[in-house]
Design a protein around this ligand. Structure first.
Ligand SMILES: Nc1ncnc2c1ncn2[C@@H]1O[C@H](COP(=O)(O)OP(=O)(O)OP(=O)(O)O)[C@@H](O)[C@H]1O
Length: 298
């Protein structure tokens, strides 16, 4: 086990409880952190990246409390924050050299790593261009490159695929998958497809709490009997949306083929269908503690 989070709580000024007694353990592999806006993902990642301190509870990295001993983790950490400010007057290559220096890399090692990362992230053609000229996707890729400098044992990436096109997203997933045997990658997103194919474990957060933890397959299995499909009129769809979680709908002439998640059969014509991770995510977020279950009978 590399990471051991014990009853971590973060409350902000004004009493906002962003993380509520969260506990989990993780070893090497990819941990996908899924949750809606405001679930507490960024607050958690900032604590793990030693940027903020928890209000109570602790996080241990290799058995050491990171709040007591942040420098031990910082030497092994790569972090891509959600809002990644860059130094506009520097070129991409200069920026990476600057951060490599901050991470204590020797110049020759840094040179080699930077060239490799620029190539992997398709940034060689703009390596010597000022960052002020970079598009949003290029900025995101240079952010990923700096996080990967020095081959970190803990890589924390907060909504890393924002601004990337579909091809870049696929390349990024591939990049994260490499070296997963040796490192822990924590990837937060509210886009299920970003983590569906690569995460070993999924943690679903809502309202500061960890509401589910398991492999993508295990989470899907939990909703295997709750996934339905039916063909309905637009008016019926509006009604279904009021009472159930509709995960997808496709137009078929003047009717709609609708995928729903519900505890019991939601419509007389509904049939069971195979579950996806998105179904599991929607089901558990809709059924978060304190909310009425999805049990309306058709
Ligand atoms: N500095 C702060 N002061 C007060 N409240 C905050 C602060 N930072 C975050 N919050 C609140 O804490 C809760 C959790 O926010 P957080 O950014 O951790 O969630 P998130 O899951 O990362 O959301 P998103 O997907 O929108 O980034 C939200 O209600 C947010 O408004």
């Amino acid at each position: 086990m590399l990471l051991d989070i014990q009853e971590l709580t973060q409350s902000y000024k004004g009493g906002k409880l962003a993380i509520d007694q969260l506990s989990l353990t993780a070893g090497a592999g990819i941990l996908g952190l899924l949750g809606p806006n405001g679930a507490g993902k960024t607050s958690l990642m900032r604590i793990l990246a030693t940027i903020s301190q928890p209000s109570s509870g602790k996080a241990l990295w290799r058995g050491q409390d990171i709040a007591m001993n942040p420098s031990q983790l910082r030497g092994e950490l790569g972090y891509l924050p959600q809002y990644f400010g860059v130094y506009d007057q520097l070129s991409g290559r200069e920026f990476l050299h600057y951060l490599a220096g901050m991470k204590g890399l020797k110049h020759a090692d840094a040179d080699k790593q930077i060239s490799e990362l620029l190539a992997r992230l398709n940034l060689l053609p703009v390596a010597d261009t000022s960052l002020s000229q970079y598009s949003g996707g290029m900025r995101q890729r240079i952010g990923i490159a700096q996080a990967l400098l020095n081959d970190p044992a803990l890589l924390i990436v907060d909504e890393p695929t924002v601004g990337l096109d579909p091809q870049e997203r696929a390349g990024f997933r591939q990049l994260l998958s490499e070296g997963r045997e040796e490192r822990l990658v924590i990837l937060s997103t509210h886009i299920v497809s970003d983590v569906e194919s690569i995460a070993d474990t999924i943690a679903i957060m809502a309202a500061g709490k960890l509401i589910q933890l398991g492999s993508p397959q295990a989470l899907q299995a939990k909703v295997a009997d709750k996934c339905w499909q039916c063909t309905v009129s637009p008016a019926e769809l509006t009604e279904l949306q009021r009472d159930f979680v509709v995960s997808h709908s496709t137009r078929q002439g003047d009717r709609l083929l609708v995928n729903l998640v519900a505890d019991l059969c939601p419509h007389p014509g509904a049939q069971r269908r195979a579950p996806s991770l998105e179904d599991a995510y929607l089901y558990f977020v809709a059924n978060k503690p304190g909310q009425a279950p999805l049990t309306k009978v058709a």
